[in-house]
Design a protein around this ligand. Structure first.
Ligand code: ADP
Ligand code: MG
Length: 259
């Protein structure tokens, strides 16, 4: 992780207008470092996806500013935002959203082709990416021929295709068993360390907390708690309300215990 901020969020507020207005994000201030591996937790409806959608330029805030690599993206045009999404951001969602008629290789090639790579270049790069997620033996398989975990690994490879600065995951292991989830998190952590890309992951899974640099807890659109890793794996904060039902989470030695 470097000392440089890749994302700076200032006074970010989102109100969904409707019959009743919903204040989904309430004045969020947050700096994210280049190469950081960040988890966002919090109860359902607390604004986690809304925050990711803002960072991922999938939606626009009601007020506040987001800087990505120093650029105020809230002022970007629709074209600029689309280009930034393709080049700087990688997305992995709960459902893999792979194209069913396409092979693993072809699915990973799509963002490369969109970015203007030739078919040969895209193919070579897609193969390398599938190698990184340990799927070279399944490059010709279609999503319905792969397990949930394998499809999510294809989705990770696709997210990394254009070497994005920031990879965003929303409950990306929500459908997977614990063992497969852990494998995916280990893989993401390894990629994060190797490639120095920033990872921002929304999760319900506290096992993931073990692997992060920082955990933020959102409640009612506000960051109510922040745990930071320090040195070789300790989190600097005594007690923090991170659990779904108000459980207290305390760092004890190297392990994060849920009480
Ligand atoms: P989380 O991901 O933490 O479950 P969300 O960010 O999806 O929470 O939602 C935050 C709040 O905003 C919730 O009250 C939700 O109902 C509301 N919300 C989310 N998306 C929309 C939308 N498109 N229109 C109106 N309200 C929304
Ligand atoms: Mg959500």
């Amino acid at each position: 992780m470097s000392d440089r901020n890749i994302i700076v969020i200032q006074g970010l507020t989102k109100v969904y207008k409707g019959g009743v207005d919903v204040l989904a994000l309430n004045d969020i201030n947050l700096d994210i470092k280049e190469g950081e591996f960040l988890a966002i937790v919090g109860p359902s409806g607390s604004g986690k996806s809304t925050l990711l959608n803002m960072i991922g330029l999938l939606d626009t805030p009601t007020s506040g500013t987001i800087y990505l690599k120093g650029q105020d993206v809230t002022k970007a045009t629709a074209d600029q935002r689309a280009r930034l999404r393709n080049k700087e951001l990688g997305f992995v969602f709960q459902y893999h959203h792979l194209i069913p008629e396409f092979s693993a290789l072809e699915n990973v090639m799509i963002p490369l082709l969109i970015a203007g790579k030739s078919k040969d270049e895209a193919q070579t790069r897609a193969f390398e990416l599938l190698e990184k997620v340990n799927l070279t033996d399944r490059i010709n398989s279609r999503p319905n021929q792969l397990s949930g975990g394998q499809n999510q690994r294809v989705a990770v490879a696709r997210a990394l295709a254009n070497s994005p600065s920031v990879v965003i995951g929303d409950e990306l292991t929500g459908n997977l068993d614990t063992k497969t989830s852990n494998l995916i998190y280990d893989l993401l952590r390894e990629l994060n360390r190797k490639l120095n890309q920033t990872f921002i992951l929304v999760t319900h899974d506290m096992h993931m907390a073990e692997k992060t640099d920082r955990i933020l807890r959102l409640v009612d659109g506000k960051i109510v708690c922040e745990l930071r890793r320090k040195g070789d794996g300790f989190v600097e904060s005594d007690v923090c309300d991170l659990g779904e039902n108000g459980q207290k989470v305390t760092r004890v030695g190297q392990s994060l215990d849920l009480e």
